[in-house]
Write a protein that binds this ligand. Structure first.
Ligand code: PFF
Length: 461
């Protein structure tokens, strides 16, 4: 049964929905983390940034920085039980502008949604192309031409983005327990099983070992400032952190949830999905002679080719893209929830009104991103199309900078006594060692590392 509580969130009283069980919270959080990042960004970034070396740096960033930020966000959200902006405002000492971190989070959620809904739109389109059988080809040229035709068609780009927006808006309108939790709990295990099947098929292709070597044998001479920045950006994007998403989900979390344990499990499961996606994609890339540095098109060019070569490939291709669509849905639900929670809790809006406002905002701001491979392809800012700019700004600026602020806030403002109280569930959990380690990481190690990476990007040294 849904635990619905009435709470004051600063401006007026709203009915607050919440997750109905620990498992439901886990599934929704994992649903947020697992998404196109695993099957589209992780493999393409690993491909373009040196394979195993990038994987190694990404792993380090995930554990040393990603996990502490994720625990912090869930903990802060659960403490206040409100949207991200209100959470910061309530916990912040008077006259300190920490609420701005929450505001930046809402902006980042919009930026990500602008390009994420477009890629999700391509995934949805590929379900229908899969049904028509047209994507099943082992010829790299035919496969990439087909993808090129889809993304360079302005009308189709907009229509698919809008279809995705309607679907997400519909689910989010049902609320946290009846919409988000229900959808994510059912679909995560199925996605996992399918990835295992595709991974096994890919690994048994002739010439697959080259792909595995590329993914797992690091060459440390390839590590550079850019590689570290990219890896850290990906770690933030993957775990949906640094912008209030996990804080918002944390606000729906039960008081008996073991926060460090939940965050660790989500981080590990998400990592496993990424590795599985890598195992499913890279051996096939090498086996078929595709370009390993093809970037985002890996998902839309390589995966259909893998299916084209296996028995019942027609069916598997459809199922795979259905599941990729579902994975992206879990992530988009969590992104949507950030502005929706804020608008409905502080702006006197109904949930439905907040959902419509958010969706309209993305229709307007998302159009230039959606048209980045057609009408706005020649418009560049800092040498990037809108699509790439929104991606770059959110993953490489907003999320790391937000993560840095969250670490400083947790370690130095929220403070170690409240950390101990919250992470032990007021003494009910025996998390002593983990709490001490977390406190050191969040106070010193993680913020210093993020700051160094950001300063390096700004060419300070
Ligand atoms: N973690 C998601 C993915 O890897 O696809 C993307 C994402 C979702 C980023 C939610 C940020 C966020 F707030």
């Amino acid at each position: 049964m849904s635990e619905t509580t009435k709470r004051s969130t600063g401006q007026h009283q709203v009915k607050r929905d919440s997750f109905t069980s620990s498992l439901g919270m886990m599934a929704a959080t994992l649903g947020s983390a697992v998404g196109l990042g695993n099957i589209w960004k992780f493999p393409s970034m690993t491909g373009t940034n040196g394979g195993a070396t990038f994987l190694f740096v990404y792993l380090a960033c995930t554990i040393v920085v990603g996990l502490p930020v994720m625990i912090s966000e869930i903990m802060l959200g659960r403490t206040v039980k409100a949207n991200a902006i209100t959470t910061f405002n309530k916990l912040s000492p008077k006259k300190q502008p920490w609420g701005l971190v929450g505001v930046a989070g809402v902006v980042a959620a919009f930026l990500i949604l602008c390009f994420y809904t477009e890629v999700a739109g391509w995934v949805f389109a590929y379900i229908f192309k899969g049904i028509s059988g047209s994507i099943l080809t082992t010829d790299p040229k035919v496969a990439s031409d087909m993808f090129g035709q889809l993304i360079s068609n302005p009308l189709m780009s907009l229509v698919w983005q809008w279809i995705v927006l309607v679907l997400i808006s519909f689910i989010v309108t049902f609320g946290v327990s009846k919409g988000i939790e229900k959808v994510t709990t059912k679909l995560m295990p199925i996605l996992f099983c399918l990835l295992v099947i595709v991974g096994i098929r890919s690994m048994t292709l002739p010439g697959a070992s080259e792909g595995l070597k590329f993914l797992f044998a690091p060459d440390f001479s390839k590590i550079s400032g850019t590689v570290i920045l990219m890896a850290m950006g990906l770690a933030f994007f993957k775990l949906s952190i640094g912008m209030g998403t996990m804080m918002t989900y944390g606000s729906y979390c039960r008081d008996d949830q073991n926060v460090p344990m939940t965050a660790t499990k989500v981080m590990l499961a998400d990592l496993m999905v990424s590795l599985l996606a890598g195992i499913a994609i890279f051996p096939a890339v090498f086996a078929y002679g595709f370009d390993v540095t093809a970037g985002p098109s890996l998902l839309f060019v390589t995966i259909p080719a893998v299916f084209a070569s296996m028995p019942f490939g027609y069916l598997f291709a459809i199922i795979f893209f259905v599941l990729a669509a579902i994975a992206s849905t879990g992530a988009m639900l969590s992104l949507f929830e950030v502005p929706v929670a804020y608008l409905s809790e502080t702006k006197q809006m109904s949930r439905k009104g907040a959902v419509i406002t958010t969706a309209l905002g993305i229709v307007i701001l998302g159009a230039p991103a959606a048209l980045s491979h057609s009408l706005t392809a020649d418009v560049t800012i800092f040498g990037k199309t809108f699509f790439d700019l929104f991606d770059f700004l959110s993953s490489n600026i907003f999320m790391p900078a937000g993560g840095l602020c969250i670490c400083i806030f947790t370690g130095w403002v929220f403070g170690k006594d409240r950390i101990r109280e919250q992470l032990s569930n007021i003494g009910k959990l025996n998390n002593g060692g983990i709490i001490s380690l977390f406190t050191v990481l969040v106070k010193y190690v993680s913020p210093i590392l993020v700051a160094l990476v950001l300063l390096n990007m700004l060419n300070v040294f």
